[in-house]
Design a protein around this ligand. Structure first.
Ligand code: PLP
Length: 492
């Protein structure tokens, strides 16, 4: 079969042009029609610029520390922030809250197995709980775990057990402005070299994150999944997929990879997971649920060890830290996430935001990702060096300008591992309308106009791990006083 990864450079470019033109052709020129109507509304509150200034300073320039009531448009994350459908709410009423063996678990397990196809389905309260169990059971100190790009919780959980998390994105992924249809691909040559350098025995598993969140929400091609599996199989290394945005990844394959045009997202997802030995999943993304996750494997022995650990910290294997009603919501959500009307709206509306700001010169990771737009903060604020956190500074300005909450993915989140400083605008599923997004575009363009005035920040406090959640900053020009000075001393 013709596969993207076997094409030459010029052929790839021509193919990409045709694919992008076709994608753009599905994009309405004026109005995006959301494939739903609104039954319940949730008011959002305007604040004044002076209030936002005060709130930002009070939060030490960390948007995680601002109450959501003071946010107008919340693009902090697409995780657990989506709106549920009438079918999901209806299913929740059927939730059976029995401690053991509830039919809600059976519906959840069947829904997961019908899409992902793995023998064991272990529910967890969210994605990182699945990661913690996976790494605890499979890894030990001195091990090495490759991934296209580890998400922050994946890296932290891997390092917590003493293993080394290694990112192996393709070289194109390190160029934010470069257009490539599958920029989430893992560098198979790099994987071979890593195996040759450290030895397969030190690599208990290889991971592949679809779509690659930290790398710009970029998809992984089926050809790449197949190639990674081929390398892993040759060295007897199990392949696990971080499946958070599997449906968006499947739709990108349908749009961009030759041979998949007529397949359904469900068929494509099935093929993706047939190449893997297991997966971790946060159902807060393409499970269209507000909480939940799961861990899957085909290995009976590992599954037993994972379930034992699950009982210790999450709960009995038929609920894993979730209520029966949560299991029901996920069972319905996983299927809704694979509907083509939904996926088309999802991909097109995210690209709408990215294309509109890029057209005005705002540097973004190209092409637009599935769940988010990533502004290249180093290029947006060339006067702010990475050590002064350009992403945090830019995110703060978007809040002051228009009450928009975004998140830095860069030097704050990844420290020395950061190769880019990005501001992620993650779009919650089925929540905001086109007019909300038009407003976001206007705010970004206002900040773009006054970009030369924006200054960097200095770290005043940081936690020993996952520091981005609670870190505090001060403006470069401000002198630390009192408590802030104390915190800064601790941070050093
Ligand atoms: C790629 C990826 N993996 C893992 C996780 C962790 O999932 P959770 O937040 O449910 O713990 C996330 C969450 O954003 C993610 O994007």
């Amino acid at each position: 079969m013709l596969s993207y990864d076997t094409l030459g450079c010029r052929e790839k470019w021509a193919l990409l042009q045709r694919r992008c033109a076709r994608e753009a052709g599905t994009m309405p020129t004026k109005t995006i029609i959301e494939p739903f109507r609104i039954k319940t509304v949730e008011p959002i509150r305007q604040t004044t610029r002076a209030e936002r200034h005060r709130l930002l300073e009070g939060a030490g320039y960390n948007l995680f520390l601002i109450p959501s009531a003071d946010i107008l448009i919340d693009l902090l994350t697409d995780s657990g922030t989506g709106a549920m459908s009438t079918e999901q709410w209806a299913a929740m009423m059927r939730g059976d809250e029995s401690y053991a063996g509830s039919p809600s678990f059976e519906r959840f397990r069947d829904a997961v197995q019908s899409i992902f196809g793995f023998g064991h389905v272990i529910p967890t309260h969210q994605g990182r709980a699945a990661e913690r169990i996976l790494f605890n059971v499979m890894c030990k100190k001195g091990d090495v775990v490759p991934n296209n790009t580890h998400f922050d919780t994946t890296r932290a959980n891997c390092e917590f057990v003493g293993a080394e998390a290694v990112d192996l994105p393709i070289p194109e992924a390190r160029e934010p402005g470069m257009v490539h249809p599958f920029k989430g691909n893992l560098d198979t040559q790099g994987l071979e070299e890593l195996i040759a350098r450290v030895g397969a025995k030190r690599i208990p598993l290889c991971m592949l994150t679809v779509t690659n969140n930290s790398g710009g929400g970029q998809p992984v091609s089926m050809a790449n999944i197949r190639a990674v599996k081929e390398v892993c199989a040759r060295h007897n290394i199990p392949l696990y997929i971080d499946a958070c945005r599997f449906a968006e990844n499947a739709y990108f394959i349908k749009l961009r990879e030759p041979g998949y045009e007529t397949k359904t997202p469900r068929e494509i997802a099935g093929e993706m997971f047939r190449h893997a030995d297991g997966c971790t999943m946060s159902a807060k993304k393409d499970g269209l649920a507000n909480i939940g996750g799961f861990l899957c494997t085909n290995d009976d022995l590992l599954a037993q060890q994972q379930k034992d650990l699950l009982i210790l910290t999450e709960g009995f294997p038929t609920y894993g830290g979730l209520a029966g009603r949560d299991l029901e919501a996920i069972a319905v959500g996983l299927n809704e996430a694979l509907e083509e009307d939904y996926l088309n709206y999802r991909i097109v509306s995210t690209a709408y935001l990215g294309n509109h700001i890029a057209k005005q010169g705002v540097p973004i990771v190209q092409p637009p990702g599935g769940h988010a737009i990533y502004i290249n903060a180093r290029a947006f604020l060339p006067q702010v060096p990475p050590a002064e956190f350009p992403g945090v500074a830019l995110a703060g300005e978007l809040y002051v300008e228009g009450g928009i909450r975004s998140v830095e993915i860069g030097t704050l989140m990844f420290g020395e591992h950061a190769t880019m400083d990005l501001v992620r605008l993650a779009v919650p599923r089925r929540v905001y309308t086109q007019s909300h997004i038009d407003y976001v575009i206007e705010v970004i363009l206002e900040v773009w106009k006054r970009r030369s005035e924006i200054r960097g920040l200095a770290l005043a406090y940081q936690a020993p791990f996952l520091r981005h959640f609670t870190a505090k900053f001060r403006r470069k020009a401000d002198k630390p006083v009192g408590e802030a000075r104390e915190r800064e001393k601790q941070a050093r």
